[in-house]
Write a protein that binds this ligand. Structure first.
Ligand code: NAP
Length: 282
């Protein structure tokens, strides 16, 4: 029997605990504050930042939004980041991606003070993660690790396969799983015979953005499957990267979409903002 990992429920529990932490910080005169920058009017990005705003309100984190027009110059964007870096009342900064094509996301992420980089995308945090040092871990991989821990799913000595090598999910997740003593393989669009690799895995993380990509015949009996994908179908329905109905007949543990990785990503962002507020007031 497969157990469905309740990311939504776990995320709620994490947010409730964070609310208590924030209440305690406020008693000490510390008021965690988060700033979001959105350039342009990508509809999906607007939904993402609305959800972050909601989570902040629920936990008691102050939220500030900077909505810039799509013709914003790189200089204007870097100036805003500089201002937010210097603002002592702001603990966390997030630059919502994607940016319009004329803007360089890497330059912008590099500009965010790594101590306020609650998304964990600044090269300093990326480097610290790979060195196993204290840092901001990017929120989706962090949420995946929390789910594995909560459900006591063993990682040590296990074969973990990640499909997708993006900077925000696949690559940081390699370090997270390595630090949990898994043997990690990463697949991408040029990987040959993916099904042979996944079929041997104890843990599979599908993070490629292709609806129903992972089929039951690619998964071994008793594996754990984590579905990161968020794919919007033409009929408006959201699906993951995993054929949930068939794959769940073989797994020990599986995450649903929606209600799995998505809510955990936001919960870990909130966790990082609270960590930033604590660290900056030490
Ligand atoms: P991305 O930047 O587009 O990267 C996709 C990765 O998948 C790339 O490494 C690509 O390989 C690989 N890939 C594409 N097609 C493949 C195939 N047929 N076989 C094997 N690998 C393939 O995507 P992302 O930003 O990481 O997001 C991935 C998915 O996760 C999306 O659906 C996104 O919406 C979702 N997501 C969800 C959350 C959440 O909180 N739930 C957070 C972030 C992302 P190459 O490198 O060779 O091109």
């Amino acid at each position: 029997m497969t157990e469905i990992i309740d990311g939504k429920g776990l995320a709620k529990k994490i947010r409730e605990n964070l609310k208590k932490d924030v209440d305690e910080l406020k008693e000490k005169g510390i008021f965690p504050k988060f700033a979001v920058i959105l350039v342009g009017d990508d509809p999906a990005s607007k939904i993402y930042i609305r959800n972050k705003n909601r989570a902040c309100n629920e936990i008691g984190i102050e939220y500030e939004e900077h909505l810039l027009s799509s013709d914003t110059t790189m200089e204007e964007l870097l100036d805003l980041i500089d201002t937010l870096n210097k603002d002592k009342t702001i603990n966390g900064i997030l630059l919502q991606s994607p940016l319009p094509d004329h803007l360089d996301i890497n330059e912008a992420l590099k500009k965010i003070d790594y101590k306020k980089d609650v998304d964990g995308f600044n090269p300093i945090n990326v480097g610290k993660l790979s060195l196993g040092q204290d840092c901001f871990v990017s929120c989706t991989p962090y949420g995946i690790i929390k789910m594995l821990e909560e459900y006591k799913i063993p990682t040590e000595g296990k074969k973990a396969v990640i499909i997708g090598r993006s900077n925000i999910v696949g690559k940081p997740l390699i370090q997270c799983l390595l630090s949990k003593n898994a043997t990690v393989t990463i697949c991408h669009s040029k990987t040959k015979d993916i099904e042979k690799i996944t079929k041997d895995a104890d843990i599979i993380v599908a993070a490629l953005g292709k609806s129903n990509f992972l089929k039951a015949d690619m998964v071994k009996e008793g594996a754990t499957v984590i579905d990161v994908g968020i794919n919007r179908l033409e009929n408006g329905k959201i699906t993951g990267d995993v054929d949930f109905e068939e794959v769940s007949k073989k797994t020990s543990y599986i995450t649903p979409v929606p209600g799995g990785v998505g809510p955990m990503t936001i919960a870990m962002l909130m966790n990082n903002i609270v960590k930033a507020a604590i660290d900056q007031n030490k």
